[in-house]
Design a protein around this ligand. Structure first.
Ligand SMILES: [Zn+2]
Length: 298
C-alpha cells in the first residue's frame, strides 16, 4: 500500500522536473503538501441531501468540491509544491471527480479502515497540510451540517480539549510533525480551528444562521475558489510560522455518545471505562491507539 504512492511520487517528480527549463530556478528541496477535502464546508452547500451519493443535488456539489480542491492545488503549486496528495475525506471517500482534478495532484480515494482516515497518506516527509470543505463539531450553533465523524457522537475531547474533526486530524498530522496551515469551511469551523490551533490561515466560504437547523449565507463558488487559492499559497509560503498540533501523552479521550445501546457496546471495547450515563473514557500513551478506540467506540 505504501509502495505505490512512492513510485507515483517519483514519476510525478520527473514530470515536474521535465516541465522546467534549465534556466528556471528549481526549489532546493521537495515541498510535499497533503490536501484533505471534506464536503459539508464547500461554498453553497447546506443540506445533507447535497452530501449523499443518493441525494438529488449531489452530482452538482461534487463538482464544486472538486473545484475547491483544485483551487487549493493551484495555491500549493504557486507556493512551490512539488508533490501534492489530495485525500477525498467525505462519506464514501469517492466524491472528487478524478478527471476534473488538476493533473499535478495524486488522488487518494476510499477508506483503509486505519486510524489516519481523513488524513490517510500523511507521513513525516510532508511539509504542510491543508483542509478544504471542513465543518464545525457536533452541537455548534450557526454552523452548516455540524457533526463529529458520525451523527452518534455528541462530543469528543482529548486531554480536555473538545475536538472538531479539524482538531482530531490536526493531531494526527501533528503526530508526524506536520502543521495544518490552512482551513476552508464555514465561519464556525474557522472560529473553532483558530481556537484550537492558534495560528492557521482560514477562509470562510459561508456563514451558518440558526442553532438547530442552519441556513447558509454563502460566497459565490468562484469567489470562494479565489480566496482558497490565495490563502493556501500564502499559508504554504509561510509554513515555517505554523506549528504541528501536539498534546502531551498520555492521551485521554472522553467520548459522549447519543445512543444508550451504543454506549453499552462501546463500554466493552478493551480499555474503555464508562464514566457517565452517556460517557466513556479511554487513555493511552499512543495517540493512534486513542484514535482507533474513537473509531471503534463511536
Ligand atoms: Zn463530510
Amino acid at each position: 500500500m505504501k509502495r505505490l504512492p512512492t513510485a507515483l511520487a517519483a514519476s510525478m517528480a520527473l514530470v515536474l522536473a521535465a516541465a522546467c527549463t534549465p534556466q528556471e530556478q528549481r526549489p532546493a528541496d521537495d515541498l510535499k503538501v497533503l490536501i484533505s477535502v471534506d464536503m459539508e464546508g464547500i461554498a453553497g452547500a447546506v443540506h445533507s441531501e447535497e452530501m449523499s451519493r443518493t441525494g438529488k443535488d449531489y452530482d452538482y456539489f461534487r463538482v464544486i468540491m472538486t473545484e475547491e480542491a483544485n483551487a487549493a492545488i493551484d495555491g500549493a503549486l504557486a507556493a512551490g509544491a512539488t508533490h501534492i496528495v489530495v485525500r477525498d475525506a467525505h462519506g464514501s471517500a469517492r466524491n472528487i471527480l478524478p478527471d476534473l482534478l488538476r493533473p499535478e495532484a495524486l488522488l487518494l480515494r476510499d477508506w483503509t479502515g486505519g486510524p489516519l482516515s481523513m488524513v490517510e497518506g500523511i507521513d513525516e516527509s510532508f511539509h504542510a497540510v491543508v483542509f478544504v470543505g471542513y465543518h464545525a463539531k457536533a452541537g455548534t450553533p450557526d454552523a452548516i451540517l455540524q457533526h463529529t465523524m458520525t451523527g452518534g457522537v455528541a462530543d469528543i475531547s482529548i486531554n480536555g480539549i473538545s475536538m472538531p474533526e479539524t482538531g482530531i486530524n490536526a493531531l494526527l498530522v501533528g503526530h508526524y510533525g506536520v502543521p495544518v496551515v490552512f482551513v476552508a469551511g464555514d465561519q464556525a469551523i474557522c472560529d473553532e480551528a483558530l481556537e484550537i490551533l492558534g495560528k492557521v490561515e482560514c477562509v470562510a466560504t459561508k456563514q451558518g444562521i440558526g442553532d438547530v437547523q442552519s441556513a447558509a449565507l454563502s460566497l459565490h463558488p468562484e469567489v470562494a475558489r479565489e480566496k482558497i487559492q490565495a490563502g493556501v499559497e500564502k499559508a504554504i509560503r509561510a509554513r515555517g510560522e505554523y506549528s504541528p498540533f501536539r498534546l502531551e501523552a498520555p492521551y485521554t479521550m472522553v467520548l459522549q455518545l447519543r445512543n444508550p445501546e451504543r454506549v453499552e457496546q462501546a463500554a466493552t471495547y478493551p480499555g474503555a471505562v464508562r464514566t457517565g450515563e452517556m460517557e466513556l473514557t479511554y487513555t493511552s500513551d499512543d495517540l493512534l491507539d486513542v484514535i482507533t478506540a474513537f473509531a471503534r467506540m463511536r
